[in-house]
Structure formats: C-alpha cells, structure tokens
Write a protein that binds this ligand. Sequence first.
Ligand code: B12
Length: 211
Amino acid sequence: MKFEKLTELIIELEVDDIEAAVKEALDADGKDPFDVLNALTKGMDEVGRRYEEKEYYLTELVLAGETMKEAFKVLQPALAASDKSIDKTKIILATVQGDNHDIGKNILGSLLLSSGFEVHDLGMDVDENVIVEKVKETGATIVALSSLLTMTVEHIKTTHEALKSAGIRDKVKLIVGGAPLNMELAKRLGADDFADDAVDGVRHIKKLAGK
Ligand code: B12
C-alpha cells in the first residue's frame, strides 16, 4: 500500500475503502503508524484547502470527517501501541448543556484527531460539572465547546464559571464555535477564543496549544 494511495482515499472521500486500506498499510512490514497518520493528515489538509477554496462544501467536509473516523478505528490502536507520541495536548470536546447538535463538533473532533491531538469527546448536552471533572481527570489544557442554539450559549458562561469555581480556569484555554457565536460574544461569555469553522478551529487550537 503506497502512502499516496491513503492520501488520495481521504481526498476522494472513500469512506467504504479506507479502513481496509489503512489495515493493509499497517500490516505491511515496517510500516510505521505515524507515517500512515501523516499520509491521512496530508489528505485532510487538502480537503481543508478545497473547502476554503469552495471546491468542497459542507457535505464533503462531513464525509471527510466520517472517512477519518473509519481510518482511526484501525489506526488509533496502532498509534497507542507505538512508543512515540505526536502531541501530548489533551482536548475536551463537547456540545453544551441543552444542545443536541453534534455534526459540527464531530467534524472538529476528527480534524483534531488527524492533527495528532488527544481528543476526549464527551458528546452533546453536556453538563458543565462533567466537563470540569473530565478536565481534572485528564489534565486537559484545552476545552472546545460547540453551541448551535441561541438558547444554550449561556452554558459557555456557566462552564467558564464552573472551571473558575473549581480553581482550574487558568489551566485551560476555552475555545467555542457554532452559528450563534462570534468572537465578541464568545469573549463576553468568558471564552478565550472563537472560530467560525472547523478548519479554522484547528488552526486556532494549534496556536492555543503553542504549536
Ligand atoms: C441538523 C440540525 C438539527 C438536528 C441535529 C442533529 C445532530 N446530530 O447534530 C436536529 C434535528 C436534532 C435539530 C434539532 C433542533 N434544532 Co436544529 N438545526 C440543524 C441544522 C439544519 C444544521 C446544523 C448542522 O449540523 N450544520 C452543519 C455543521 C457542520 O455546521 P455547524 O454545526 O455550524 O458547525 C460548524 C461551525 O459552526 C464550527 N463549529 C461548530 N462547533 C464548534 C466548536 C468549536 C470549538 C469550533 C472552534 C468550531 C465549531 O465548525 C463546524 C464545521 O465547520 C441547523 C440549521 C443550519 N443550517 O445550521 C438547525 C438549527 C441549528 N436548529 C435550530 C433549532 C431551533 C432546533 C430545535 C430547537 C428545533 C425544535 N424546535 O425542536 C431542535 C433543538 C434540539 C436540541 N435540544 O438541541 C435552529 C437554531 C436557532 C437558534 N439560533 O437558536 C437552527 C439554526 C435552524 C433555524 N434556522 O432555525 N437540529
């Protein structure tokens, strides 16, 4: 299995073929899972570029996320078993309490995984106390929250306050996203940063992580 083929499968959004292709690449003698990750990431970078150039749209971005998820089913255990580590930055990802939208969050999650972050996805409708506990448990330094409803953006503020009450607000960077938000509102709600799409979100998170 040539690495270029893996890159191509991501760019072409071949969600049904990627898992077998990654498995084949990993089974081949001497294939380092990190080289496989690099090949997939290269594909995701190209998908991101095409999205920004408006050659790809949301549908393709969602499908690319699904394709990466399939690839990670076999790649993640191989990476975990390897003694190298790409990045120790841990991210807590969640959709805020009361909100059951998770498509955007999931796209961001798969892009972050493909960039080598350790992502703890808590799902949707997540209580701020659960987020606080998970930050404590994992030692995560970034909390990324999604909110799609005007009604639920206030939970960004309550999460910020819960982190503060727990005495760990200064240990984490809080980044948020979702249609009702913008940088000004995000800051007013206590967040450190905002990005309006997942591709830009990864860029911002890399900066927050000092990369
Ligand atoms: C799909 C959808 C649903 C699905 C959700 C399925 C799921 N598993 O997610 C279902 C049917 C469940 C649903 C339910 C409801 N929905 Co709805 N839904 C949508 C819809 C059509 C698409 C949202 C979506 O997935 N977009 C695609 C993703 C990829 O985009 P995204 O979420 O914006 O994410 C991108 C960026 O925002 C960013 N991003 C997102 N999160 C984060 C986080 C970080 C950290 C960063 C950096 C970036 C980032 O990156 C993403 C990718 O680039 C929108 C309308 C719209 N066009 O947006 C309405 C919409 C969000 N829904 C709406 C409403 C009102 C509801 C309901 C209240 C309807 C009802 N009366 O029951 C319920 C609420 C249920 C609940 N408690 O949450 C309203 C919200 C209005 C508002 N401002 O409050 C919208 C805008 C529709 C409308 N025009 O009225 N919905």
